[in-house]
Write a new protein. Sequence first.
Lengths: 236, 314
Amino acid sequence: MSEFPATRHSIVAAIRSPQPDVRRTAFDALATAYWKPVFKYVRLKWHASPDDAADLTQGFFLRAFEKDFFAGFDPARARFRTYLRTCLDGYVSNTRKADARLKRGGGVTLVPIDVDEAERELQLQAGNAIDDFDAYFHREWLRGLFAAAAARLKDACAARGRLERFTAFEQYDLAGDDAGRPTYAELARRLGLSTIDVTNELAAARREFRRFVLEALREQCATDEEFEAESRALTG
Amino acid sequence: MIPEPAIDRLSAMFRSPDVTGTRYELVSILGRGGMGVVYLARDTALDREVALKIFDRAPGDANEARLIARLEHPGIVPVHDFGELPDGRQFYAMKLVRGDRLDRWMGAGRDISERLGVFLRVCDAVAFAHAHGVVHRDLKPANVMVGEFGEVLVLDWGIAAELTNADSGLRPSTSSGRPEALEGRTSDSGSRGRDSIVGTPEYMAPEQARGDAGVDHRADVFALGAMLAGIAAGSAPVVAIARKAQSPDPASRYQSVAALAADVNRYLAGRAVEAHREPLVDRLVRIGRRHRLPILLVLTYMAARVLLLYFFRV
């Protein structure tokens, strides 16, 4: 598949590195990608308060780092995020049984969790009924993947002095309801471009966004096989 | 936070076919047609929008594009280009027609003569295809587009077939080597299976539904009859024309689209139609409407004569 980004390393694979600094960097990247889905999942599935969910999230990543949870992942048996969620369920269940607050990581900050931001997002999602927490976790992971790719797109556009490309993408493709989306002509007026330019900028932005999503996905997969399976699932 | 509709939109974008290496960029889905999906696309070379049909499976669907390209008629959407995607699936680009599908267009309070005018233009296009040995096999209002400037185009020739000769059966437009009538989809949006029948049930002639070997252009006459039934708006002669076109036995239908169109034209001209034996009163009313002026003149003349006779006698 020509779109496979070959140059980026898998952070899931790097987490098994014998070199502590490589492991730590990979772990941080993984925690950055997953902390929000983990936090929201714990809040909703385990009915945790915001403070409790923040403690459990920190504790989970701390425990995972100390005990090398993720090194035990076997890509032949499951997707990484399924493995992570299973580990998380086990951790929360055991921790609640033990009810040992300090063991949850209380007082220790391994992952920079922005509780306010996550709570704001949960407020926005409050009307959505959840009947399948596996699907919910997947959806939150996908939201994080798209958000990471959008951030990379923004940086890339800014670095090339083409921020209007990202703005067009943000206002058109990242918009909420279709009813609130601008037309190409409205977007052209806002950005001081022609309608044809908007079409071209959007097409280019989508191409780059696609590449960044696959790149971020590649980093989160342990093997080429897992990546191919994940990208097939994503691309239908 | 990326909102829910954007996640759906971006996920859909990922599920769209990869058109890298072609001159097209996909914009949105216009609809699902026979054997593939039709996208609104931008032709970056000519900087214009086109309709791009991408087939569901590869290879062997090239004949559809070639078949339509052969049918140069104002009522048949023209093909601009044909090619292959990186995943091996084939596509063709055609003119983008802006307007309404016939089923939606008819819902906008059109009177029967306006509807029949559009129907006759569909008949023109289909008769042209028949004259070139092509049977559409999936005629229905959703496959007819009424453009912004009044143009009428028959779309979606995805399951069309070529007549091997004027009277004896069809050759499929695909290169699969067996009649496509036995291997395609069951409806325009339904599932596909090699043993199902192509077409749309409400518009499908019985012989086509059975997968008979001898299906010919009269299957399209049946579908046009089904379309006409939706246009009839309670008019007895039009209902009769539609019923005749939909006779279960092909031999009892109009034997050509031209014959069907001729009967509709007779109705529009206020003349008796072949398919309808009208009651005497209806016939007199129809004749009265058709010859309103001469009848009025004769009646006026006769009334004047009566009055003159009356006054002279008094």
